[in-house]
Design a binder for this molecule. Sequence first.
Ligand SMILES: NC(=O)c1ccc[n+]([C@@H]2O[C@H](COP(=O)([O-])OP(=O)(O)OC[C@H]3O[C@@H](n4cnc5c(N)ncnc54)[C@H](OP(=O)(O)O)[C@@H]3O)[C@@H](O)[C@H]2O)c1
Length: 393
Amino acid sequence: MTRNKLKLGIFGFGCVGTGLYKVLEEAESVDATIKKICIKHPDKPRPIDKKYFTTDKNELLYDSEIGVIVELIDDADAAFAIVSEAMKNGKSVVSANKKMIAEHLPELVKLEKKYQVPLLYEASVCASIPIIRNLEEYYDNDLLTSVSGIFNGSTNFILTKMIHEKLSYPVVLQEAQAKGFAESDPTLDVEGIDPKYKLCIILFHAFGLITKPESIFNFGISRISDFDLEFARQRNFTIKLIARCNKNNNEITGLCAPTFIEKENTLAHVNYEYNGVILKSAFSEKQLMIGKGAGDKPTGSAVLSDISALTYDYRYENKKYIHLNKQLKLVDTKIYKVYVRYPDPFSGFNDFDSIEEQYSSILGNYLIGHICLRKLAHSSWINDTNINVIFFS
Ligand SMILES: NC(=O)c1ccc[n+]([C@@H]2O[C@H](COP(=O)([O-])OP(=O)(O)OC[C@H]3O[C@@H](n4cnc5c(N)ncnc54)[C@H](OP(=O)(O)O)[C@@H]3O)[C@@H](O)[C@H]2O)c1
């Protein structure tokens, strides 16, 4: 099979952009050369020749020699404008931008169809773990029942340090920021929004469902206290920020929240900046993929894999979406077992279908109960920062 020679126009030369540059240098089998790199700040020192750089996006988007646009910037709105313009100009696109993809899936699918150009984004979900192409190709059937796991490296780093090294949340957050694992504004990670974007992309490739990120419940790790950690230790649990989706006949459930994980569960041993994805399906049963969910070369390698796939004209066929059973819908009526740490007084007792355990002492109060996700999400107390919620798996 002859493979296409590619000329690349890259947007962004930060962590992932430089990572891609490094892996392209070393990967001799991929016949792709960089023609131009568009960045934001022209005066920033760069590790490669100045001749590559421009701040004019049109130098890439309207260069007929550039067949592939690689979008690796940290601004989702600007990224969507760049990606749509590139596709309208007939260019293939590779992106790592989960926020942009999760927020614009319907428009992007239409652009792919209208302009007959591929858009690949393996790096956007769990960086180095090849999850999207597996969902597209290997799980090309309706027997997949659930996808779940640790989809965010910075929060996994923070939780691992808090639990294994008994360090407090603010101390570990600072270390994660210093090491470059967490953004200076860590909200998207620690509040569970970043893994929720990834879950939206997974829902599309696992089941063919397009859903708005706002429709998925997310709860973060920023409220986890020593009291909660002590509870977990006493019950022999660890805590992980878990994103999960399940398919049951025509109903899909999905959420992202801190979750107690038994020590014997494989995900309990996925630590620091590693991600882990568990797939369950009718016949293959349970499978686990573990890999680095962030970082320059691990993420660069997923981008390289997409570029390599373009050399043989690969594209997502979105088969599950195209043949979607129109009855399939996201539901938020499932009952979940949760732990809630609450201050006194607490107004939420009546929201629970049942309460199986309740504890109060001068150190704190908690309950373990069963609650409908919709009731939890719309409760008056969920936004009280003195209250923490942890799900059972
Ligand atoms: N970091 C990871 O481990 C990782 C993993 C998976 C996915 N991702 C995703 O990959 C993307 C890039 O992340 P990153 O960590 O590499 O970000 P980053 O280190 O902050 O770098 C961002 C780059 O984008 C450039 N940029 C910003 N706005 C631009 C614009 N309008 N036009 C052209 N260039 C622009 C910046 O230019 P200057 O250099 O001039 O400032 C910089 O080079 C994000 O969508 C992120 O979510 C990251």
